[in-house]
Design a protein around this ligand. Structure first.
Ligand code: PMP
Length: 417
């Protein structure tokens, strides 16, 4: 920690300056950490350069939104073309329908889609749709879930959550969920779930658990919503395509907008039809930037020219190999560390028992996560303080090899920590 402070005087000064006009010098809580977060000056390819001049390989990948890296030429060209044709057109444009068609082709459960500016908003709209469609009020969510800044359930409901009538169930507990769904069957509008808990530490849902949710919601006429804001990258069609489980509504965002501000909510045509402005009973969904040309253009370029279905398969395999490699290394060095996750998404946990619940992840020694984080910073590797890795396309095999070697050096010192 002392080394960190000495090595990063400009990042420290940057936070002090920012704190004059932003609370804690921050406008995005997840990026803050003690004693002060690094401030980045610029990015190029897979690299970040901080204000003190250090170079890092970015293994955080903007919490999954940054799949294309910092300077992808196709994204850049698309954004420049959009700029050249003028922004803020104040009207329907020709790009929004292209992006919508591409996405409905890719995501199995999307007959139709609407755009928002964030994953948070996509989930808020998804909940509104489910309530309007069913005429019911209760929303089942899961302990440890994160669906956005105002819909979060790690360690209970957040005080700034939008006050829906939530029923909080336990993740990966099919019997518990079955009972709760039956108990609330007449009032239950939706079950909202991340197919892999992201913010709680990359904990995948068991397939059987998701299948139970699919069956039970269908029985009682509730809407099943998959929040694939993080998991949509696991294949062209997200985790639902890999599992062959079809929710009624899927929310997404992150990289699908080419790395620009984005969210999307899509699903069955009969549910999405509630948002047809020609429908006299329709529910309105305005939003100044929903169809902004920069995001639309970047999204189209990213999905058609860069993150094609084949590339998605390859990135997922690459992530699987990296995680397997890290777990093998931890076993070989005999340290109580494991890396959970799916494909290109993974999270380090200082634990021996397989981490299957958010409670287990929370119970791990946070100081070891911190030491790992600061060790990696010293090794020129940037990731989330909480241990999240989200691979970006420009990250090379040699970068991954370096991550493994750096982790090995940490594990070697682990016994002394
Ligand atoms: N849902 C999940 C599963 C997420 O991981 C996130 C963001 N990390 C969100 C929703 C919210 O998305 P946004 O930050 O774009 O509002």
């Amino acid at each position: 920690r002392d080394d960190y402070v000495l090595r990063n005087p400009k990042s420290s000064a940057q936070l002090a300056q920012a704190a004059k006009s932003m609370p804690g010098g921050n406008t995005r809580t997840v990026l803050y950490y003690d004693p002060f977060p690094l401030a980045m000056a610029r990015g190029e390819g897979q690299h970040l350069f901080d204000v003190d001049g250090h170079r890092y390989v970015n293994f955080l990948g903007e919490y999954t939104a940054g799949i294309y890296g910092h300077t992808d030429p196709h994204i850049r060209e698309a954004v420049q073309n959009a700029l050249a044709n003028g922004v803020n057109l104040s009207a329907h444009n020709t790009l929004e329908s292209q992006l919508a068609a591409i996405l409905c082709d890719r995501i199995p459960s999307w007959d139709m889609v609407r755009f928002t500016n964030s994953g948070t908003e996509a989930n808020l709209v998804g909940i509104a749709l489910a309530k309007a469609f069913t005429g019911r009020s209760k929303i089942m969510v899961f302990d440890g879930a994160y669906h956005g800044s105002v819909i979060a359930f790690a360690g209970g409901a957040s005080p700034i959550n939008v006050p829906h009538d939530y029923v909080v169930a336990t993740y990966n507990d099919p019997q518990g969920a079955r009972e709760l769904i039956a108990q609330h069957k007449d009032d239950l509008a939706a079950v909202l779930i991340e197919p892999m808990l992201g913010a709680s530490g990359c904990i995948p849902a068991d397939k059987e658990f998701l299948q139970v949710l699919r069956e039970e919601t269908e029985k009682v006429g509730a809407v099943l919503i998959f929040d694939e804001v993080m998991t949509s990258r696991l294949s062209a069609g997200g985790r639902q395509a890999l599992l062959g489980i079809m929710p009624d509504i899927t929310t997404a965002g992150k990289y699908l907008g080419g790395g620009m501000s984005f969210g999307a909510v899509g699903g069955r045509a009969d549910i999405m039809g509630l948002m047809d402005p020609g429908n006299p009973k329709g529910i309105p969904h305005p939003g100044t930037f929903n169809n902004n040309v920069i995001t639309m253009a970047a999204g189209i370029a990213g999905l058609t020219k860069v993150y094609t279905a084949d590339v998605a398969v390859a990135l997922t395999k690459r992530g699987d190999r990296m995680r397997d490699g890290l777990n093998a290394l931890a076993r070989e060095k005999n340290v109580a560390v494991q890396f959970t996750g799916l494909g290109s998404l993974m999270n380090m946990h200082p634990a021996v028992e397989p981490v299957k619940t958010p409670q287990q992840a929370l119970g791990c020694d946070g100081r070891l996560r911190d030491l790992f984080f600061f060790h990696l910073i010293e090794e020129g590797i940037y990731q989330a303080r909480r241990g999240l890795v989200a691979l970006m396309l420009p990250v090379q095999q040699e970068d991954i090899d370096h991550y493994l070697a750096a982790s090995g050096r940490f594990f070697d010192r682990y016994g002394d920590l």
